[in-house]
Design a protein around this ligand. Structure first.
Ligand code: F6P
Length: 553
């Protein structure tokens, strides 16, 4: 069976019924919905993969929820899930399977795709990663001058950076504190210079992470790293002892000068933004150790199984994805805020931006026809409580609807006096204040001057999900990431788009290559730019020359 054809979602009965309900919900309030149903908090919550989701503070009624689930059925969500897990080529525009779920299947599972047991291949790479990580961690892997590795620098960008850096930050409390981990992604030379300025090359290992091994930023940074190393270590074996590669492209790895014996592979069925649990996670494994890395994979897998087998009514990723559809398509929300109340998750919103927006920022459906709905919302966020003293004002009293995902943990990784209860009290208070607000009468009764009443009134009705887990462990992190991966999948199925390609990043890349040649003066005879771009290039070159002249004096 191949992926079912996308349905025209706006023509489905459930979609039409939801449109009617969207007009009705505007007349309801979360205050009245909670007052009418004492069991609401209990009814509108679910658990899976070690995560608890309270979605009762959403602008939905039972009918709306039933219709959202019905919409998923009418879009054949369950068939699509099966199709992905079977390894069909559901990434149609690139004719590829989408099998990040295979990266975390237990060793005793079998999944034959295009004639190969991919689970066996996955575990063979994991075993090599484990062996290498152990040797780095116990000091038996040594640099060219015989010193053990103290610094690990991951060079990558997009999915080859955001996952590793997010996971390192999230699981720092599990990491080997005697080692330094750095992440270089930006082509801006500052990134490399600042990441390496205090590192001893004799103790530094570079992991060049790139699925294609052709990405301009990564390859430029990797070449700079090679020069940096060779300028400091004269050993002919320096690259062999200080560089490893994570890639699907052995030819390019070889051309760069890294022995393919020092290469950790993965497969074209792992999308960049779905790759943090593949060999792209090598820096994570070195940081937290193989056992913890496997725990993280177990967390991913638990959420995968939950998504695959749980009825849609209690299925966390499906519910979260459907709520995004509800706000995006029926209530006009443009964004989703992800607000983790955990400092270790400070890079989680940035990680989610690639996962969600590179996946679902699409303007045509999988068959190439234009979409007739709004697609992927903008994801953004900051850890609590910092955001409260910055942008929460707009969420509480602005004119936009911003659905929120709060994320919190019962037990902190770093207990410190009263901090954690204060942190969590803030999370709970924000959800409550946003949902229920403060009426003008309540404001008045607290005795404030009349002219201030409208300013101090909170309409409420601002929706949120709350995701709670016991503690931020490797297992929890895996489950959390998989939760969002599958929520993105659910949204993509409803919209009928290909969530697994990323053609939208190509045009800018091609144009940059042309302009690089123009800036270096290598090429001046190409087709003209628009007048704005031409003038900017001219001005930049003049300013740059001026700067150089001043510097020469
Ligand atoms: O930005 C486009 C993109 O292809 C991402 O999808 C990917 O994660 C990133 O570039 C890096 O690609 P690579 O791992 O091939 O260097």
């Amino acid at each position: 069976m191949t992926r079912p054809d996308p349905v025209r979602v706006t023509e489905l009965p459930a979609w039409k019924a939801l449109a009617v309900h969207s007009r009705e919900i505007e007349r309801r309030s979360l205050r009245s919905l909670f007052a009418e149903d004492p069991d609401r908090a209990w009814r509108l919550s679910a658990e899976g993969g070690g995560l608890f989701l309270d979605y009762s503070k959403n602008l939905i009624t039972k009918d709306i929820l039933d219709l959202l689930v019905e919409l998923a059925r009418q879009c054949h969500l369950t068939d699509h899930i099966e199709t992905m897990f079977r390894g069909e080529h559901i990434n149609r525009t690139e004719n590829r399977a989408v099998l990040h779920v295979a990266l975390r299947m237990p060793r005793d599972r079998t999944l034959v795709v295009d004639g190969t047991d991919v689970v066996r291949e996955v575990h063979a790479v994991l075993d090599r990663m484990e062996d290498f990580s152990r040797r780095v961690r116990d000091g038996t892997f040594r640099g060219a001058t015989g010193k053990p590795v103290r610094n690990v620098v991951n060079i990558g960008i997009g999915g080859s950076d955001l996952g590793p850096v997010m996971a390192y930050e999230a699981l720092r409390s599990f990491s080997d504190r005697s080692r330094t981990f750095r992440f270089v992604s930006n082509i801006d030379g500052t990134d490399f210079v600042e990441a390496t300025r205090d590192l001893d090359p004799e103790e530094t290992l570079f992991i060049v992470s790139s699925k294609t091994f052709t990405t301009l930023e990564t390859m430029t940074n990797a070449r700079t790293a090679r020069e940096w190393l060779l300028a400091r270590l004269e050993s002919p074996d320096a690259v062999k002892h200080h560089f490893v590669a994570v890639s699907t492209n052995a030819d390019e790895v070889r051309k760069f000068g890294i022995d393919t014996g020092n290469m950790f592979g993965f497969w074209d069925w792992v999308g960049g933004r779905y790759s943090m649990d593949s060999a792209i996670g090598l820096s994570t494994m070195i940081a937290i150790g193989p056992e913890n890395f496997r725990e993280m994979l177990a967390g991913f897998h638990a959420m995968d199984e939950h998504f695959r087998i749980t009825p849609l009514e209690a299925n966390l990723p499906a519910l979260m994805g459907l709520l995004v559809v509800w706000y995006t398509n029926f209530l006009g929300a443009q964004t989703v805020a992800v607000l983790p109340y955990d400092q270790y998750l400070k890079r989680f919103p940035a990680y989610l931006q690639q996962l969600t927006m590179e996946s679902n920022g699409k303007h045509v459906r999988i068959d190439g026809s234009p979409v007739d709905t709004t697609t992927g919302p903008i994801y953004w966020g900051e850890p609590g409580t910092n955001g409260q003293h910055s942008f929460y004002q707009l969420i509480h009293q602005g004119t936009r609807l911003i659905p929120i995902d709060f994320i919190g943990f019962a037990r902190p990784r770093t207990p410190l006096g009263p901090h954690h209860d204060i942190l969590m009290a803030n999370l709970f208070a924000q959800g409550e204040a946003l949902a229920f607000g403060k009426t003008a009468d309540e404001v008045r009764s607290s005795g404030v001057p009349e002219f201030q009443v409208p300013h101090r009134t909170f309409e409420g009705n601002r929706p949120s999900n709350t995701i709670l887990a016991e503690t931020l462990s490797p297992r929890t992190l895996g489950a959390l990431v998989a939760l969002y991966e599958h929520s993105v999948f659910t949204q993509g199925i409803v919209w009928g788009i290909d969530s697994f390609d990323q053609w939208g990043v190509e045009l800018g890349k091609v144009m940059a290559v042309r302009i690089i040649e123009e800036l270096s003066g290598k090429k001046t005879d190409g087709p003209p730019h628009d007048t704005s771009t031409s003038a900017l290039i001219r001005r930049y070159r003049t300013m740059r020359e001026g700067g150089e002249e001043k510097g020469r004096g």
